[in-house]
Design a protein around this ligand. Sequence first.
Ligand SMILES: *[C@@H]1O[C@H](CO)[C@@H](O)[C@H](O)[C@H]1NC(C)=O
Ligand SMILES: *[C@@H]1O[C@H](CO)[C@@H](O)[C@H](O)[C@H]1NC(C)=O
Length: 870
Amino acid sequence: MFGSLISVLLASSALVASLPSGNVSLGDSSGFGALDERGLFGPISTGSAAGIAGGQVACGSPPLSSFFAGLEPPFPTNSWWAPYAAPPGTGTAAGPFPYQSALDGYGVLFGISVNRQFDGTSIKQPTQNDWRASFSEHSGTFANHKATAFDTQSVTVQYFQGSSSMTAYLVPGSPYMTFAYNAATPLLTSMNGGIKSFNGQALTDGGSATATGTQFTVVDTTGTTYLIYALSSITLTATSVSSTSGTVRGGATFTGVLRLVKLADPGHKALLDQHHQVYPTSVGLDYSFTDTTGTLIFNWQTVGDGSQLLMLTWPHHRLTMQNPNFPATTALGYLTTKGWMYPAIGNQWRMLHQLSSISWNAPRALDSSCSSSVLQGLAYEVGQLDPAQAPVPGDFYYWGGTLAAKARLALIADNLGRSDLVTPVVNYLKASFNHWFDSSASTVPAYETAWGGVVNKAGASNANVDFGNGYYNDHHFHYGYFLTVAAVIAKFDGAWLSQHRDYINWFARDIINPSTQDPYFPVTRCRDWFAGHSWASGIANGAGSRDQESSGEAVSGYYGALLWASVALSQDYVNYAKLLIATEQQASQVYWHLYPQKGQADRDNPYPEPAVRNLVTMGNVMDWQSGAWLFWGAQRSLIAAIQILPLIPVNEALYDTQWVENMWSYTMPELVDPTIGDEWKCLIIAAYSNAHPQVAAAWSANLTNWGTGNTYTNELYFIGTRPNPLGTPICASLPQNPYGTFKLQVAATGNYVAVASSANPNLVASPGISSSAASSFTSAYVPNAGTLQLASTGQYVTADQSGNYPLAGSRATASTWERFVIRRKVGAAEGVYTIKAASNGRYVTVASDGSLVNDGVEEAAGAGFRFVKV
Ligand SMILES: *[C@@H]1O[C@H](CO)[C@@H](O)[C@H](O)[C@H]1NC(C)=O
Ligand SMILES: *[C@@H]1O[C@H](CO)[C@@H](O)[C@H](O)[C@H]1NC(C)=O
């Protein structure tokens, strides 16, 4: 949901034939080289999506053919360098960090943002260009550059003209920008002022200086210093063309490597001098697993002695890296939106993550104190599911979130030994899911051929459909839900699984394909392996600045994959999904959860500014800014809730105690505000239960609405299956409405309640109504509340949201406005209750004309009613 904006099939036989199919891997130097044998996973499948309901479509924003000349889809859509490939191909790319870059007709523009601001809501580091690397022979023709290789993190871009070329190895984490020239005359152009000095020689406007050697220092008129390392001797001439422009040119054609690095502090020069000769050309991913851990391994291919490779780390790397070789943080560092990048030496990083064993359900039994309430809610909520009324999908996102919440009911029923309640849920899910197999359905998945992926067909040329799914936005959010629903059906229906395994795999391959040997899907589409988390943004808007608002739904994406892998794939993919979950959760905790308790000088705190961390939760993490805001709301509880939802068992690891306690107090003013919806509050209460289940259970009894993505049953099941350090019953007392058939009597006056007349169903209490003339109401269970149905007409009592009108017995069916919370009135005699309308959280009062109106803000304002058994 809520991503920025922006899918795949099948390929013609021509496409298949042109793929380098036998020797691709994640981990080779070219992107298309020899198969890495250290345990990389093979593809889930290599089959086409030929049978998909929507057939084939092509994205309205296909990749630039000049950029991918000689390469074939599938292409990455959510990578940092997607702006090089997505039209117009000139967008600013979020990398290779610490640099930002863009491609123009002549070369690679790059720079490091130095302008970090906090505006009270967001940390911002606007991008800047410092230099452009090119060569004099290049004509500036935009088509004269292309990708020659890419992998899960890096891309190699070549500019070419005749027999001259410049190859840029764009590898995230490298402090140096690396350009390999071949028979080309280097031309470096200042993008950030004129040139003030070259190798210590001051330049005046129009002046120039020449030097020969392997190291150069150039300072622009803004004072920004870059070191230029040549890996073989070169003669360079710096010219300060004007106060705003300048160039550094080779004296002749050059075949060799130039490396440019921003010198942020003179103290950094020693380390940069020491390690400049080894450069990375690409990076391979590898993994290793035990029963409880997963190690994520980066292997850089280098030219030169790999053991001396100097790279930069982000906080999430440093927190997990095994046996690191970290120089002092004073030796090198750049402050980015993800905090300080600090150095590490060596061409292999091994990052260890604990893997949770949690999958379908909670890892411990439901607390017995919660059992009867959960079972009652379960029976009620399952009873609401009529397969004949199962939703016909109208979109991907809302359908997925809604059905995945229903799927949890089947898992909870199974966990609690109520197999009789499993089947009705599965039938309901199947009735709805089966529409995805129907080519005549109005909303269908299709295979998108330009980039390679499964999309909502209706969105292939319209980024406004389904949050931009057709432009590759939000695929992990959407397909995680699909996979959850499909996995639950498959768990209980092996025939359905056999019939639809390949079809469902298209959704799985779209988000967790681990292998370049899959000819139809890129590798882990949404995951940015260097950044440590996924991005919701695909290729809309030229693939400009990426974002991810819903870290919770990102985890859910890989949770859906875990469930699907558990039932339909091998243990390899179970492990892979677990590693994706663990890493996504870690990044959520490092970059979305904020900890006011952390020190400003803490090496691994991405937000040194205390005022940022006082905001407790990031709403949106982006490439060049992160802030406590959302595209769709600014409330504290909404910002927190979107990082919590959906409520799934595996998030026991995500809802850490320090964050939930911070969040609980930070959102408290909204938790007691009736204008904030229960569908958000229920998530905050559930996350809090991970640390304080008894408190959360008591608060959960206030809820009457769980939104479309959660249920009463799931809420209380989650709360009731938390770690319980106190050891006291979690659901000590969950109050309920009085249920049965009653007449209502105002306690203070003794007046009975009836409908005003047979023509007017408004409820009034007056001295003129005798006990026998009073209306009878059937009070029935709904979770945490109840309905009041007029015995005489069968109509339900309704209360609108304004609180300006009398309650009326005028609704044929009961929905949220027909729910009431009836509780013992505080301080009143036994048997006296208040009635709170779920529609607006206000208490029912008796107006001067006797009308019953839901307008009492405080409990004390609510009238006391006796419920007299009929
Ligand atoms: C890939 O395999 C093909 C056929 O086996 C071979 O011709 C080609 O050279 C290989 N490519 C690389 C980069 O190893
Ligand atoms: C909800 O429940 C808790 C605990 O039972 C209570 O203290 C709190 O005031 C309630 N909040 C609202 C808004 O009713």
